[in-house]
Structure formats: structure tokens, C-alpha cells
Design a protein around this ligand. Structure first.
Ligand SMILES: [Fe+2]
Length: 404
């Protein structure tokens, strides 16, 4: 049997949608109204969902059994026209994406940072890969009970960073087949369909064979990988590079040689993939840090560092969450917490007292002081050390946004 809350919410959606003539365009408003009339944060407990999953014998058809999206996702209701899903979120934050469905979502527990984007396409390679510019539009903090509509396709591109451990969201969604394939984005420039079901059997087998060569440390792995990439179409090129990119960590010469070869065949697409992979490297670093951290404040700080590129919106969001605190002091406190929680190695840089002074200077917007001119006499050994540390922090993938 269905969870009583899901039954009640589904009946409400059916009634409201009937009142709108079951028009697809009205579904986001219907879903939003239903979630506002029967908010899960006041009508449903996390453990009710857990107990239902563990004990029920009647289960609606589930989406995403591989738990690619949510840890786990649970479909509470599914009648083929629309479904009601709940998502538990731990470390697995969502990428920038659009949707092949419309509806609405609400935060049932926790806090999230929602970032909204637009995409300006430049080159469409095929229906699975487009290069262009992903433009950041706004960021907002979503608190428990907040609800947002979801419009299918490129009208609604966003990423959601879940702060609390776990965060829980509930979504009501109706499929929109005209918006397939569902695209994900890698800032600053790639839109791609990250869906293994779109791969041909040959593409899947090629990837599996390469995986096998890599796992057995075969001496010809890089040679065969290179040949596969040279002859691959654009979508397959990206998919194979995504899967194999971590092999090249610490192998700069091999990577340079591979990219030079690929550039001869694939031209500027390789430059765009390199730009996108720089974003992924930062994302991986932050994801590793987030897996070590349970403190929601520090997780919130990491969400800001990952999603925002400039100091001003980071300060603004900090003030939104903690209106009674000085945002500069708050960020410096979080940085100290971060340094205390994780080893300097994990951060890739130790935050000394000098480093904290540099960050304070950056956050206060005194860019001209960053090279240490006004912090120390120009030619002293301390000034040189300060300049070096400032340069290191300014380039650091994690702290860079605080300097601009
Ligand atoms: Fe989404």
C-alpha cells in the first residue's frame, strides 16, 4: 500500500490538474500548489519513508534504481502521468543540469544552495553535445519548506548544493519527452547528455575494453586509448575522456602528448574539454572535502566556493544565512574550521596566519594590498614570503573566488 501522505498528495495533484484541463504547461503551477498545500516538512517524517520502504510489499515503479541522483531516490507514487519522488542527499550533489520533465520541488529537511544558469550555445555537434557559454544568473538559499517550479528543457538550468547531512527534497514531476535527452552542463562551456542508455553497444564495449586494459596496467593502454579517441565522434570523445581523465593525474607529459594528438583531429573541441575538466578537477577536490565534513556551516561555505566565482555574491549569501554576523569574520572562521578539519595536504595549501591576513585583505576588497606592498616593507624577506603566499592562494582552485 502507498504511504498515506503520498496517496493524499497524489489525489490533490490529480484534482488540481483536472481543474487545469490536464494541460502540460500548467503542471509546474499545479505541482507547486500541491506541495504548498501539503508540505512534506510538516506532513511527513523521514522515518515514515524509511519504514515504508523497508516494510511495504506494494511498490510503485521506481526511477533511477542505480541511485545516480539521490542517495537514495525513492518513488512514492507513479501513475505513468506523474510521479512523486523523495531524494535523500549525502555527498552526492547534483551537477548543473536541465530536466526532461516539469513539476516542482521542495526542501523537506535541511538547507540547499540553488544556482540558476542560462546557456548560450555556440556549436551543436549532435543532440548529445553542444559547446557554448554557461552564464551564471543567480544563487539563492533554499530553506526547509521552500518550493520552486521546474520547467522542462533549457528554460530551467540549475544546480542544487545540499548543505545538511542528510538533506531531503520532494519532487512532483511529469515527463516531457520533447525535452529528451536530458542535458547536464560542465562550466564554463559544455552541454552534454550524460545517459548510458544513449550509448550504442559498440561504444559501451569499447569503453569496457579500455577499462580492462587500464585495470591490468597494460603497456599499450594509452596508445589504444589515444587511437580510440582520435577516431571517436564528439559525444564518444567526451564520454571516453570523462571516464579516463583521472588516469592522467600526475602524468602531465603523457596528457600533453595525448591532447596535442587529439587537437589535430578534433580542433577547438579539445580546448573546450580542457576548460571543462579544470572545473571538474575543482569539483572533485570539493567533493572529497565535503565527504570529510559533517558541519553544515563548513559544508555551506564549500557550496559557495564551488558554485560562485566572485567574492561579492559569496559575502551576500553569507549575510543571507547569518544576518547578524560580519560576513568577512564568518568566512575567516570557516576557513580556520576547514584547515582544522582537513590536513593541509587535502587543501593543497596550508593556511598560515599570513594566509589568513591575505584572505582578510582579499575579502575586504583591497586588491592592491594582495601582493603585500602595504602589509610589509617591499624588499624584506617577509614581504617576499607574503607575496608568494598571496600568489599561491589567489591561484588556488578553492580560494580563488574570494579574490575576484
Ligand atoms: Fe534539478
Amino acid at each position: 500500500m502507498l504511504l498515506p501522505y503520498a496517496d493524499q498528495l497524489a489525489n490533490l495533484v490529480v484534482r488540481l490538474w483536472d481543474e487545469h484541463g490536464r494541460e502540460a504547461e500548467s503542471f509546474p503551477a499545479v505541482a507547486e500548489k500541491a506541495l504548498n498545500e501539503l508540505p512534506p516538512d510538516t506532513n511527513l517524517q523521514m522515518m515514515e519513508i524509511v519504514d515504508w520502504v523497508l516494510q511495504t510489499n506494494e511498490f510503485p515503479q521506481q526511477l533511477d534504481l542505480a541511485e545516480n541522483f539521490g542517495q537514495p531516490p525513492v518513488t512514492l507514487f507513479n501513475n505513468g502521468d506523474f510521479n512523486i519522488d523523495v531524494y535523500f542527499w549525502l555527498e552526492n550533489d547534483t551537477s548543473v543540469h536541465q530536466h526532461a520533465f516539469s513539476g516542482a520541488f521542495t526542501v523537506m529537511a535541511g538547507t540547499s544552495v540553488n544556482c540558476v544558469y542560462e546557456f548560450e550555445p555556440q556549436h551543436v555537434f549532435d543532440d548529445r553535445l553542444t559547446t557554448g557559454t554557461l552564464v551564471f544568473k543567480k544563487a539563492e538559499i533554499l530553506r526547509t519548506g521552500d518550493c520552486r517550479r521546474i520547467l522542462s528543457g533549457s528554460r530551467d538550468i540549475h544546480s542544487v548544493y545540499h548543505v545538511d547531512y542528510p538533506s531531503i527534497s520532494v519532487i512532483i514531476r511529469a515527463p516531457d519527452l520533447s525535452s529528451l535527452p536530458q542535458l547536464s552542463y560542465i562550466p564554463p562551456c559544455l552541454a552534454y547528455a550524460d545517459d548510458p542508455e544513449l550509448d550504442t553497444p559498440l561504444e559501451l564495449r569499447r569503453r569496457q575494453v579500455l577499462r580492462m586494459l587500464r585495470r591490468i596496467d597494460h603497456p599499450d593502454y594509452v596508445d589504444r586509448l589515444t587511437k580510440t579517441l582520435v577516431s571517436a565522434g564528439p559525444s564518444e570523445l567526451l564520454a571516453v575522456m570523462l571516464e579516463n581523465r583521472d588516469y592522467f593525474i600526475g602524468r602531465r607529459d603523457e596528457l600533453r602528448s595525448l591532447l596535442l594528438t587529439l587537437k589535430k583531429t578534433h580542433g577547438e573541441l579539445i580546448d573546450r574539454i580542457i576548460d571543462a575538466f579544470k572545473t571538474l578537477a575543482k569539483k572533485t577536490q570539493i567533493k572529497e572535502l565535503r565527504s570529510l565534513i559533517r558541519d553544515p556551516d563548513v559544508r555551506f561555505f564549500l557550496a559557495l566556493l564551488q558554485s560562485l566565482e566572485h567574492r561579492e555574491p559569496i559575502l551576500k549569501m553569507t549575510t543571507q544565512r547569518y544576518p547578524d554576523c560580519d560576513p568577512v569574520e564568518q568566512i575567516l572562521d570557516w576557513t580556520k574550521d576547514l584547515s582544522a578539519i582537513v590536513q593541509a595536504d587535502a587543501l593543497g595549501v596550508g593556511i598560515s596566519e599570513t594566509g589568513m591576513t591575505i584572505l582578510r585583505t582579499a575579502l575586504e576588497g583591497s586588491a592592491e594590498d594582495l601582493a603585500g606592498q602595504s602589509l610589509q616593507p617591499m624588499h624584506s624577506a617577509t614581504a617576499v614570503a607574503t607575496r608568494n603566499e598571496a600568489a599561491q592562494l589567489q591561484k588556488h582552485s578553492l580560494f580563488r573566488p574570494l579574490f575576484y
